[in-house]
Ligand binder design. Structure first.
Ligand SMILES: [Zn+2]
Length: 287
């Protein structure tokens, strides 16, 4: 059964570790992440962007697939199904479709509008027992076609959004979606510290987890980050393993063209990436 992300993140914040959000793109992705979470006895958040939602034929298809897999694979660790960077309309659709968690990303609106829309969603999510993530200060890089440039959030604005009663808060602290450029300045721990001091127990979310060095991840967790989003890294691992399989000519050997074989190495590579992240984030055996 899907659960809200509230309890797992409250525990993570108190226990000084982070729960990974791993974005899904298809059946193989979902299966690899759920199996790894179960093997490592870790809570997990499955992230779905609006683009991935369209690709997978809509939110109700995804809810059906994930619930079916939880039953068929005997998954007993806490699993939240979460809309990533949702619009207001997208969040409403996911709530209706049976997601257990949504993100409303109003960071591109003026703060007053972000506050007003987030407040409406807080009420809806609270009444249905769902967790809600809000965002302040656009996170750089590309989010489904929306390009921003490595901003840092204003801690006072973070406090205003946190005080609305959201479950978790994403704030720009110099992090970027996708691959980090060679001249990246690193995370702004000063900003993160300022946000945590004003938002107290609120679990903070670090987006753009791909390629942030391990020591920065650990420091961010020590400063209140309890949810870390990983997307691109699984994509890179999947693509590399699949390319190697084809370049080695394995698809031309016997039944190597069978998708169950063709996609097996890539799927194993996702599992290895998820395992590495869960170990780094400290969520192993925290289910
Ligand atoms: Zn993000």
């Amino acid at each position: 059964m899907l659960v809200s992300a509230k309890e797992m993140l409250t525990k993570a914040k108190a226990g000084k570790y982070a729960v990974g959000q791993f974005n899904i793109n298809n059946l193989e992705w979902t299966k690899a992440i759920l199996q790894t979470a179960q093997e490592l006895n870790s809570p997990v958040i499955l992230g779905v962007s609006e683009g991935a939602g369209k690709y997978m034929c809509g939110y109700t298809t995804i809810v059906g697939m994930v619930n079916g897999m939880i039953n068929e694979l005997g998954i007993t660790v806490p699993v939240a199904l979460h809309l990533d960077h949702g619009s207001y309309e997208g969040a409403m659709k996911c709530i209706e479709a049976g997601f257990s968690s949504v993100m409303f990303d109003g960071s591109h609106y003026p703060i007053e509008e972000n506050l007003a829309k987030t407040k409406e969603l807080v009420e809806i999510c609270n009444s249905k027992g769902l967790s809600l993530e809000a965002e302040v200060g656009a996170i750089g890089g590309e989010e489904d076609g929306v390009v921003g440039s490595g901003e840092v959030a204003d801690p006072e604005e973070c406090k205003m959004i946190a005080d609305l009663g959201v479950t978790m808060l994403a704030a720009g602290i110099g992090n970027i979606h996708g691959k980090y450029p060679a001249n990246w300045a690193g995370l702004s721990f000063e900003t993160l510290d300022g946000i945590q001091q004003l938002t107290g127990d609120m679990p903070l979310v670090l987006h753009g987890g791909t390629g942030i060095p391990a020591d920065m991840i650990k420091k961010a967790i020590s400063l209140g980050v309890s949810k870390i989003n990983v997307n691109t890294e699984c994509q890179l691992a999947f693509a590399e393993a699949t390319r190697k399989y084809i370049e080695a000519g394995k698809d031309l050997e016997g039944k190597g063209f069978d998708p169950r074989k063709l996609l097996a190495d890539g799927t194993a590579a996702i599992k290895a990436t998820v395992k590495e992240k869960m170990e780094l984030f400290g969520s192993v055996d925290k289910a």
